[in-house]
Design a protein. Structure first.
Length: 312
């Protein structure tokens, strides 16, 4: 099952400074909300088990517990900044905390957190432009800068390149403080170069960076990146398989997923999968995500056939 992290691009482009454990904790909370179907709101806590943290990121058990406890204390004080438009079209510079409540339970090694109200629309607003990626893509990254760089780049996945990002803006997006690595040599050696190397080695993309100058000074960076070629896994055909009840996953195009998801959202047979007061549009978006999962696809396959879907 693909464990998708979904963030609104406004949040991807927000300026904030989280360390590696804090970022991982946020990402696990987003995945937990999506995979459990509980969703994210400003009242109900999300629970992240230390065991999940250990399994996803390959950290040692003895250090994981203390790292999570420390992250809880620090994350409560963290804030991020973003921009939004007023009803009259004026730019408002906003600030918010990440969480309104967070705690760690020693008996059970579990973190519980509630996201701050301001951040919830950024994470849950899937109808608009968003960036999604699999949690496993950042599980091997070992610095917070590398995680931020990966997130910034895949927001441009459709083009494979970014515009020029002005230096001070880029530093903020990576979470580098004004007092840190002010010399370009130090910034490249301690932040940029290790982050690029980390992303190239441990994720699904390969990055090339270009620096841009005004006079003799570097004033910005742009990036080009490409998807790594994934090895093809050939699955042998079982001659005993009933072709009318597939035991394999048939990959649908994005257009197919959303087309059939919209139709399925109104079928009585799908009512048991709906949540609370969500609209048909919101339900259809969740169904489209579920169609990416082989197990869910096989469950829904008879309904897809009923609506006219063909594997040919």
């Amino acid at each position: 099952m693909k464990e998708l992290v979904v963030k609104d691009n406004a949040l991807i482009n927000a300026s904030y400074n989280l360390d590696l454990v804090e970022q991982r904790l946020i990402l696990l909370a987003i995945v937990e909300a999506r995979e459990s179907g509980r969703g994210i709101n400003a009242n109900d806590p999300l629970f992240i088990h230390a065991e999940s943290y250990i399994n996803h990121f390959g950290v040692h058990r003895n250090t994981a517990y203390q790292a999570l406890k420390d992250a809880c204390k620090d994350l409560f004080a963290r804030q991020f900044s973003y921009q939004e438009l007023s009803p009259k079209g004026k730019v408002i510079n906003q600030m918010s905390r990440w969480v309104s409540q967070i705690g760690y339970m020693d008996d059970g090694a579990t973190v519980n957190l509630i996201f701050a109200p301001a951040i919830i629309p950024f994470i849950t607003r899937l109808e608009e432009q968003f960036t999604s990626y699999e949690l496993k893509q950042i599980s091997g990254l070992t610095t917070a800068y590398a995680v931020r760089l990966y997130e910034l780049l895949i927001a441009w996945r459709s083009t494979g390149k970014t515009p020029v990002i002005e230096l001070s803006d880029f530093r903020q997006k990576l979470g580098v403080l004004e007092t840190e690595y002010s010399r370009m040599h130090d910034f490249k050696k301690r932040v940029l170069d290790p982050a690029i190397k980390n992303v190239n080695e441990h994720t699904d993309i390969t990055i090339k960076v270009e620096q841009h100058k005004t006079g003799r000074s570097i004033t910005g960076f742009s990036f080009k990146f490409k998807q790594k070629q994934q090895p093809k896994i050939e699955k042998p055909i079982d001659p005993k398989r009933d072709p009318n009840t597939p035991d394999f996953f048939i990959k649908m195009t994005d257009a197919q997923r959303h087309l059939f998801a919209n139709k399925m959202s109104e079928m009585p047979e799908m009512s048991k999968y709906s949540q609370g007061t969500e609209s048909y549009q919101q339900f259809a978006i969740r169904i489209a995500d579920m169609l990416l999962e082989p197990e869910k696809f096989r469950t829904f396959y008879p309904l897809l056939v009923q609506l006219g879907f063909s594997q040919k």
